[in-house]
Design a protein around this ligand. Structure first.
Ligand code: HAM
Length: 428
């Protein structure tokens, strides 16, 4: 027998008992996209390597060391997508989606980065992204942040995440800040490791993001981009802040937030949690007004974000919320002759309350083992149906969470009973 093969490091299988959370978050995100008026774009997983070099930036971690790049049989250099924004813009330009209109797009799927795997950091991971292309209005930035805030609300995570925002200003602002930074950091060049030496030449702003210990004091006193902001950049950022305040979305301005991809200008933001250790950024984005032109399209402003679903799910699992695939009601059939009656009763209940999740245990094992299964399922109630229930056209409802809670009801009262229970749960 050959040695059994294993999944590639950093690329996880998602097993049947782990897919429930994915299904829930994906369904919520698709619904959010729909109600905010975003349309899906499906993009190839492989693009030409040049696309990422031109957009994400040569000195970025992603391009300099994390891409899965290979030469195909024709000698073309191709890369497994490390993110979705570049491909999304490439497709929009190629198919003329951006002429004279605002496009609100979303995408969902696997991304690939050859990073060192650890909790919350994988070599294949799943991003949900949203991009608004064709407007420079701060309302678009704010709307994208509001989508995130609503998702946290739906997932009951609002109190576990915080929003950090910053502005990187216009390209001209960045240019003058860059000059000042080079001037400031050059006397300390002996402290820089190889990677930061390259950054000093090409993109000194990224040095501020460095974790190098002996650089922290230098970083702390570096000229701040904030001091270089022109009125245009300031006004855009103020409108973002006002927009968020108007929606009651709390934010924290973090002047050191610069992001690891080169294409941003003006707004950058991240949704962060402190509960997942080092990989706490759940969702990140910002404005990339120069990128469409950079890729050969007409100058077109744009803003967007991407969310790492594995991290969102890890946060959901951190909580002790009930399993989203637990039924509300588990049906226990005590007697073979009552099986059809039990089925019709379930259908009757589903007609009346379509959102009630009813699992039928079927009559295939002893009452005792059916009760065990009911308990294990996480259901809140058991419906017990035997001969006497069938003869009286009723059902026994047993609460599985409260001791001795049991009541026998007729079909009509059963519906009222569950309507009442659902209302009570919503008020809790
Ligand atoms: P990013 O910050 O590189 O931005 O990634 C966005 C999110 O993807 C991160 O906040 C994180 O949740 C998740 N993520 C990134 N790398 C990994 C990994 N190795 N393992 C697990 N999750 C990961 C972008 O990709 C931009 N395209 C976002 C954007 C869209 N900006 C504008 N539009």
């Amino acid at each position: 027998m050959g040695k059994s093969l294993q999944a590639v490091r950093g690329m996880s299988d998602v097993l049947p008992n782990q897919t429930a959370n994915f299904l829930q978050v994906e369904a919520d995100l698709k619904l959010l996209a729909l109600i905010y008026g975003y349309r899906e774009i499906r993009l190839p997983i492989i693009e030409s390597t040049a696309l990422y070099e031109r957009t994400i930036g040569e000195t970025s971690d992603i391009v300099s060391k994390e891409m899965y790049t290979f030469e195909d049989r024709n000698g073309d250099w191709l890369t497994l997508r490390p993110e979705g924004t570049a491909g999304c813009l490439r497709a929009g330009i190629e198919h003329g989606l951006f002429y004279g209109q605002i496009q609100k797009l979303w995408y969902l799927g696997p991304m690939f980065r050859h990073e060192r795997p650890q909790k919350g950091r994988y070599r294949q991971f799943t991003q949900f992204g949203m991009e608004v292309v064709g407007t420079s209005l701060p309302t678009a930035d704010v709307e994208l942040i509001a989508v995130g805030a609503r998702l946290w609300k739906w997932l009951n995570l609002s109190d576990q995440v915080r929003l950090e925002i910053n502005t990187l200003g216009t390209p001209a602002v960045r240019e003058s800040h860059k000059k000042a930074l080079i001037q400031y950091i050059t006397p300390f060049r002996d402290l820089l490791d190889e990677e930061n030496l390259v950054r000093l030449e090409k993109n000194p702003l990224r040095i501020l993001d460095s974790k190098q210990d002996n650089l922290q004091a230098v970083i702390a006193n570096a000229p701040s981009l904030q001091d270089f902001l022109d009125p245009e950049s300031q006004s855009h950022f103020e409108k973002i802040c006002q927009g968020l305040e108007a929606l009651g979305i709390a934010y924290h301005i973090n002047p050191t937030l610069v992001r690891g991809l080169d294409y941003y200008q003006h707004t950058v933001f991240e949704w962060i949690t402190d509960l997942l250790g080092a990989q706490g950024t759940l969702c990140a984005g910002g404005r990339f007004d120069g990128l469409v032109a950079e890729l050969g399209g007409e100058p077109t402003p744009a803003v967007g974000f991407a969310m790492g679903l594995e991290r969102v799910i890890a946060l959901m699992q951190n909580k002790t919320d009930p399993d989203p695939q637990s039924p509300d009601v588990f049906v226990i059939v005590l007697d073979q002759s009552a099986a059809t009656y039990a089925n019709t009763l379930c259908e009757h209940l589903r007609d009346a309350i379509p959102t009630l999740f009813i699992a039928n245990g079927f009559y295939e094992s002893s009452a005792k083992s059916q009760f065990k299964r009911a308990d294990k399922s996480g259901a809140l109630w058991a419906l017990v149906i035997g001969q006497s229930e069938m003869e009286s056209n009723g059902v026994t409802v047993k609460s599985l969470r409260e001791m001795n809670g049991q009541i026998t009801l007729n079909k009509v009262d059963l519906i009222d009973y569950f309507m009442e229970q659902i209302k009570e749960q919503m008020n809790e």
